[in-house]
Structures are given as structure tokens and as C-alpha cells.
Design a protein around this ligand. Structure first.
Ligand code: PAZ
Length: 316
């Protein structure tokens, strides 16, 4: 049995899987009928429990900056966006206003009649107006669908379900897999039932998570334009690892990034090209984001991919 088949057979699917399938199917059908391309963005990091009644977890640094920013740029580019994100991580639009700063958006004003009004802080009005306008347009067109996960198993079940549901839309779908997915987990049968006691040093026995890229590309959604991300902290291995991933799974693009410099530079690797995208200091100071360039490049590649698929009669 393939390791991913075994993984799914040993884990319990999320309770909302059926509803997610139904909403993805309806969302995709409606937007394809309106001529929009679909992008499925995964964002944030997965969590792995260390106990059955879990008190402790293995977590991931990702806050979903890449995914949430990219989702906004895809919306700007006319895509309908399905946004699978870690609960509590950054989301498109609200990401501009971190919750810890939310009270700074507001100010109190004493009125002549003795009452006090709450107003938007004048310095925040331009940004708020700009974001709110975009958000309202997206709401009106209903081009953004949110799906949440927390654990590795929820993420993997949802990934498979969404991929299978989108498969009938073929090359019009882009899979943009920016989430940071745990490479290790403890199988359910090996999880201690109760909270691990702290009266002895802790040794963890983690097994490797199944690699889902192979079934995703070969079985679940073979005709889509698939973009994976490769993160490393060692400059010396990143290029080789990204190339290996592309060769192994035969998908369309690997976006490689280094943890420390990921907001300034990435390399887009395709079977025929290796292109660096980078942001100058002045672009970053002006508040521009690298995701704008990543998404613009991918849109061009995706259009080309769709055209080739049409010419080969490979459409649905
Ligand atoms: O969420 P974030 O913006 O802080 O980080 C984004 C990222 C580094 C998780 C993403 O660009 C990425 O590389 N995802 C794949 C990670 C991996 O190789 O598992």
C-alpha cells in the first residue's frame, strides 16, 4: 500500500469534509462558468499532536504571510481564490491590520453634547479605505473562499478533497502550495493517550509524513498547473533540492526560498528556466511585496499553459 493511502486509512477525516467538497464544487463551477481561472492557495503551517488528548504539539513558524499576500494579488489578477489556511494565521485583507494593533485604528472624540464618539484614526484612513474598497469588491463578486485547517491530517485530507473536486476544471486550475507542511508526525497508534508526564527526559519517535505531491500530480489533479514551494535555510542545497522536487514530481514550477531572505528574493524553477525574482530596498521601503511579482509571473506561465493545453485538446 502506498504510504499516503496508509496515512489516510489510519487518520480520521475532518468532520466538514463533505461540506467543503460541496462549497468548492459550487464555487469553482460558478466562477469557471463566468470565465475565471481558479487558484487554490495553501497557507500557514500545520500542527502535529504529541498526545492523543493533545496538550503539546509540534508546530511551524509560518504565519501565512506568503499565502495571504499572494491570495490578494491573485484576486487582483482576476482569479477566483480558494484559500486553505491554518486557523488563526494571516488572511487576505485583514492581514494589513494585525489584531494586536486594532485599537490603534480607532480614536475617541468628545462631542459638544458630552457624549463620546469612536472614530477611525485619521492617519489610518488612507490604508483602511484602500483595503476596504478591494475587500468589498471581492465580497461582491464572491471570488474568495476560505477553508481552515489546524493539524497535519486535516490539511492533508482537505488538500486531497479540494484537489479532486477541482480536477474536472483541468488546466484552468492553479495549485499554489505555499503552506509549510510538517515532514514528521507520530502515527495515531503510537500517540500516548494522556499528557506526557514531565518526570523524565522526553524522547520523541517521529515518522516521515507521506509526500503528497506524487499522488496530487499523478492522481488527484493531473491536468492542473501546479506550483510547489521549497524552503531551506542552507543556501548551498536549495537549488539542488528544488530541482530534485521538480524532476521527481514533474509538475510545472518550484518556487525556492531561503528562510531569512524569503521576502526579498525567490527563484522560480521550471523544467526549462531558473529565474530569480527580487525586490530592491526602495521597492520594499515603498511597501511593495515580492508576492506581487511572483503572482504576475505565474499568471503569465499559467496562461501559456492553458493555451498549450487547448492546442493539444487537453481541456475540459
Ligand atoms: O508564511 P510565511 O510567509 O512566513 O512563509 C512562507 C513559506 C516560507 C512557508 C513558503 O514560502 C514556503 O516555502 N512554503 C513551503 C515550505 C516547505 O518547504 O515546506
Amino acid at each position: 500500500m502506498a504510504d499516503w493511502v496508509e496515512y489516510f486509512s489510519r487518520h480520521t477525516p475532518p468532520r466538514n469534509l463533505k461540506e467543503v467538497r460541496a462549497s468548492v464544487s459550487e464555487f469553482a463551477g460558478k466562477h469557471r462558468a463566468a470565465g475565471r481561472e481558479i487558484v487554490f492557495v495553501t497557507s500557514g503551517g500545520t500542527r502535529v499532536p504529541l498526545e492523543e488528548n493533545a496538550v503539546r504539539f509540534l508546530d511551524n513558524f509560518s504565519m501565512g504571510t506568503r499565502g495571504s499576500a499572494s491570495a490578494e494579488y491573485f484576486l487582483d489578477q482576476g482569479y477566483a481564490v480558494i484559500f486553505l489556511h491554518r486557523q488563526g494565521s494571516l488572511r487576505p485583507f485583514t492581514r494589513h491590520f494585525p489584531t494586536e494593533d486594532v485599537l490603534d485604528l480607532l480614536q475617541l472624540k468628545d462631542m459638544p453634547d458630552g457624549s463620546t464618539h469612536v472614530q477611525v484614526n485619521a492617519s489610518k484612513v488612507p490604508k483602511l479605505t484602500q483595503v476596504l474598497k478591494s475587500y468589498r469588491q471581492v465580497q461582491a463578486a464572491a471570488t474568495l473562499l476560505f477553508i481552515e485547517y489546524i493539524s497535519l491530517s486535516e490539511y492533508l485530507f482537505l488538500l486531497r478533497s479540494v484537489a479532486e473536486t477541482l480536477a474536472p476544471h483541468g488546466p484552468a486550475v492553479m495549485m499554489y502550495l505555499a503552506a509549510a507542511v510538517s515532514d514528521f508526525y507520530i502515527p495515531p497508534q503510537d500517540l500516548p493517550k494522556h499528557k506526557i508526564q514531565s518526570n523524565a527526559p522526553l524522547q520523541l519517535n517521529l515518522v516521515q509524513s507521506p509526500k503528497m505531491m506524487a499522488p496530487l500530480v499523478k492522481e488527484w489533479i493531473p491536468q492542473a498547473f501546479t506550483v510547489s514551494f521549497k524552503l531551506e535555510t542552507d543556501m548551498n542545497i536549495i537549488s539542488k533540492k528544488a530541482r530534485q522536487a521538480l524532476a521527481k514530481y514533474s509538475h510545472q514550477v518550484v518556487v525556492s526560498n531561503i528562510l531569512q531572505t524569503r521576502k526579498k528574493t525567490v527563484v522560480m524553477i521550471t523544467p526549462t528556466q531558473e529565474t530569480a525574482i527580487w525586490m530592491s530596498d526602495s521597492e520594499l521601503e515603498a511597501g511593495r511585496e515580492i508576492e506581487e511579482k511572483i503572482v504576475a509571473d505565474l499568471k503569465k506561465m499559467h496562461q501559456h499553459f492553458i493555451t498549450s493545453a487547448v492546442m493539444q485538446g487537453n481541456t475540459t
